[in-house]
Structures are given as structure tokens and as C-alpha cells.
Design a binder for this molecule. Structure first.
Ligand SMILES: Nc1ncnc2c1ncn2[C@@H]1O[C@H](COP(=O)(O)OP(=O)(O)OP(=O)(O)O)[C@@H](O)[C@H]1O
Length: 292
């Protein structure tokens, strides 16, 4: 049986929702009956239309909110047994969609010291971890600069560095480049790619961007709070209908294949092995051109 780092079973989350000006409420089901697992070191994508519940899942996995029912297990241990959030947050780290909400001190050195100090770490241990992560991501020039003088991409990199400083087993990235321009997105993309190659951390990547998704091995597709599909990322990348339904931009290669089919006036089977090799080559050229 495949090893499981994290396992969610029959996960449900319901929130009170105000329905009119008299402030009457009803229960809104946001997450319903989710079952999924993530293996140690696995890189998994989480996609779905706006409002499908992706951010809610990241909050459940970090105990910012508690599920209405169901269980989450980490290394076979029930989340309930990780009796305080601080214990969990050394194993499962989250980078928020809006990184400004993540920092409370004026710069990275002070912010990370405060964050790791909360776990009761000694000054020496904090310094060792800070040096390690700053060197790993090449952020030496940024660590003492005030956050207010940094670009969105630089802040996003520091937020990732902060989340990695605890050496988590699972890192959750919630749309890490959603608010960045192409240049800053590229900076962050390169770092995620580096982590994939060099760290043994499992990553759950929430994204609407196909280039980021192409770094993942497997993808969970969420629809109205339910997991509608779990599939290999490559299979999703070749399925224009599913991509559109999940607000993912169509890969340039699939567009080329579709245009080819129009030209020859017959559908091309994307599952055809020879076409697969052609698409793979085009994808590599495309992804590499984005990386460089
Ligand atoms: N505490 C809450 N009370 C009421 N409704 C909520 C609450 N939290 C989330 N929701 C609703 O639950 C749904 C899922 O929200 P969530 O932010 O998880 O979606 P998402 O897939 O991350 O969306 P996006 O892609 O836009 O970031 C939305 O309709 C949202 O309005």
C-alpha cells in the first residue's frame, strides 16, 4: 500500500450564512464528503472554479478552521491528537494568497524570529534555520529590507521561505502568483520548481495557472465543494473541456493540436502515443521557454 502523509476522510465543512436583512441565517455547505490523500514528497495540484472551496481546504488542513465532520490524519495520527495548532504548524505550513496578511513585523528577519519564537525555539536554532532557508532560496539581499519596499514577488518568496523554515512535511501554496505581474510570477515559479527538485517536502499547490500546474504530478479537481475528479496532471493538460470548466487557461500545445484538427478536418486523438510524444516535446519547449 502506498505511504500516506496526509489523509482526509469524509471531510465536511458547513458555515452559517446570513440570508436577509433581518440577519436570519442558514447553513451553507462549503465542503462535502471529501476523501483524498497526499503521499510524502508528492507534488499535488488543487484546481476548481472560483468559490469551489479551495482556500477553505487549505484552512482545514492547517486547522485555521475545524471541519464540521470527518477526519484528517497526518502520518496516521488524527489532527485532534496534534493537540495545539503550534504542533501542527511545524509539520504543515501554509502560504496565504495575500502575503501581506502573513507578516506582522517590518522585515523578514524580525518576522521569522517572532514566528519561530512562538514554537519555543532557541535563538541559535532560529538563526540556523533562517540561514539555511535564505541560502537555499538565494534571498540574502532581501531579509533585512522593510517589506513595504519590496515587490509582490519578493514578498511572496519571503513568505515561502518563512513557511519552509520549520522544515514542514507538507507545504500548501494558495495561488502563489495570482496577484503578481509576469516578471514576479516567473521569480516565484522558478523557486517552486527548485523546491520540487531539491526538497523532500510534499506540496499542495492551489492555482489557476497552467504553467504552475504542469509542475505537479497529480491533480485534485474541486467543484462546488466536492472532489469531481482526481487524475494525472498530464491527462488534465490534454483535456480542453475540463481545463475550461476549471478556469484554467488552455496550454498552447493543445491549442495547436486543435488547430491542426481543423486544418485536416478530422479530430486528432490526443491519447494517440505518437501525438503524445509530439505534445510532450512542444510542452517541454513551451515550459522551458517560460522558465528561461
Ligand atoms: N465563513 C464563511 N461563511 C460563509 N461562506 C463562506 C465562508 N467561507 C467561505 N465561504 C464561501 O464558501 C465558498 C468557497 O470559498 P473558498 O474561498 O474556499 O473558494 P475558492 O475555491 O478558494 O475560491 P477562489 O478561487 O475565488 O479563491 C464561497 O462561496 C465562499 O463565499
Amino acid at each position: 500500500m502506498e505511504a500516506k502523509l496526509l489523509e482526509a476522510k469524509s471531510l465536511k465543512y458547513t458555515a452559517e450564512q446570513i440570508i436577509n436583512l433581518e440577519l436570519e441565517t442558514n447553513k451553507k455547505v462549503i465542503i462535502q464528503d471529501l476523501n483524498f490523500s497526499i503521499a510524502p514528497g508528492e507534488f499535488v495540484g488543487l484546481v476548481g472554479p472560483n468559490g469551489s472551496g479551495k482556500t477553505t481546504i487549505s484552512k482545514l488542513l492547517t486547522r485555521i478552521i475545524e471541519p464540521t465532520s470527518g477526519t484528517i490524519m497526518l502520518n496516521g495520527q488524527d489532527y485532534e491528537e496534534l493537540d495545539a495548532q503550534w504542533q501542527l504548524h511545524q509539520k504543515v505550513s501554509l502560504v496565504f494568497q495575500n502575503v501581506d496578511a502573513q507578516f506582522i513585523a517590518p522585515n523578514f528577519v524580525e518576522d521569522l524570529s517572532l514566528y519561530l519564537g512562538n514554537f519555543g525555539w532557541s535563538k541559535e536554532k532560529i538563526q540556523t534555520q533562517m540561514d539555511k532557508v535564505v541560502t537555499e532560496l538565494g534571498l540574502q539581499d532581501l531579509v533585512e529590507k522593510p517589506f513595504k519596499n519590496l515587490s509582490g514577488g519578493q514578498k511572496q518568496l519571503l513568505a515561502i521561505a518563512e513557511a519552509l523554515a520549520v522544515d514542514p512535511e507538507l507545504l500548501i501554496l494558495d495561488e502563489p502568483t495570482a496577484q503578481l505581474d509576469p516578471e514576479n510570477s516567473q521569480l516565484v515559479f522558478k523557486v517552486i520548481n527548485k523546491l520540487r527538485q531539491n526538497r523532500k517536502v510534499a506540496i499542495l499547490l492551489i492555482t489557476h495557472k497552467i504553467t504552475e500546474l504542469s509542475l505537479t504530478e497529480r491533480v485534485l479537481i474541486l467543484n462546488q465543494g466536492k472532489l469531481s475528479k482526481k487524475m494525472k496532471t498530464n491527462d488534465l493538460l490534454l483535456n480542453p473541456t475540463l481545463l475550461k470548466e476549471n478556469q484554467l487557461s488552455i496550454p498552447v500545445t493543445v491549442e495547436i493540436i486543435n488547430k491542426l484538427s481543423h486544418l485536416i478536418d478530422r479530430p486528432l486523438n490526443l491519447a494517440d502515443p505518437s501525438l503524445g510524444t509530439f505534445i510532450e516535446t512542444l510542452e517541454n519547449i513551451y515550459v522551458n521557454s517560460k522558465k528561461s
